[in-house]
Design a protein. Structure first.
Length: 195
């Protein structure tokens, strides 16, 4: 298939085009009007006006840690206060005495869960408001592997159990216990009033 030869403008067409081009206004007058102006190099910046800097001087040097989940203490501390703030502060300072306590320390997850459920449901039935759940801090072992381990399986699991049904309906507030009641290895559980 043969290509067609390009068609050139006749002198009349060229004259008509020149008339139209004279009456045209540029859409953006701030841009250069001619090809020579567009190609012309920009003047170099004055080197005296550029402040001295070092590459990367404003960069954030702190790398994020590899821990994806927050620590259980931080998670519980961030939880909103659902109970009376004055009583909450008394509880946190260890001024309130727990009405009952349960020690889950040393139990397996499979055994601890039903024991905790029975204890909380019995406490609600007896009208208790503040109970102490002792979980233990967990063993600290030499960790040689690349995968981080959580210490204290019960310590991490008990808040989850308390925030899921059927216990969720009865628990008003969970807080880390004061040092005299077990500190990191125990939780205050403030229960709702029985209906």
């Amino acid at each position: 298939m043969a290509r067609k030869k390009p068609r050139h403008l006749s002198p009349e067409e060229r004259a008509l085009w020149d008339e139209v081009a004279k009456s045209a206004r540029p859409m953006r007058p701030e841009r250069p009007q001619t090809a020579q102006e567009a190609i012309a190099p920009k003047p170099a910046p004055d080197r005296a006006k550029i402040d001295r800097f070092d590459l990367g001087e404003r960069a954030q040097t702190r790398l994020p840690d590899h821990s994806i989940a927050p620590k259980i203490e931080e998670e519980i501390a961030r939880a909103p206060v659902s109970m009376d703030r004055k009583r909450f502060m008394q509880m946190k300072r260890g001024k309130m005495r727990p009405e009952a306590r349960i020690d889950l320390h040393g139990l397996t997850l499979a055994h601890a869960h039903p024991v905790l459920m029975r204890f909380i449901l019995e406490s609600v039935a007896e009208g208790r408001r503040l109970v102490l759940v002792i979980t233990g801090k967990g063993r600290t072992r030499q960790n040689d592997g690349p995968i981080p381990e959580r210490h204290g399986v019960l310590r991490h699991q008990v808040p989850h159990w308390l925030h899921t049904p059927p216990l969720k309906a009865h628990v008003l507030q969970i807080s880390e216990a004061h040092v005299k009641h077990g500190g990191l290895g125990a939780y205050y559980v403030y229960l709702r009033r029985a209906r």
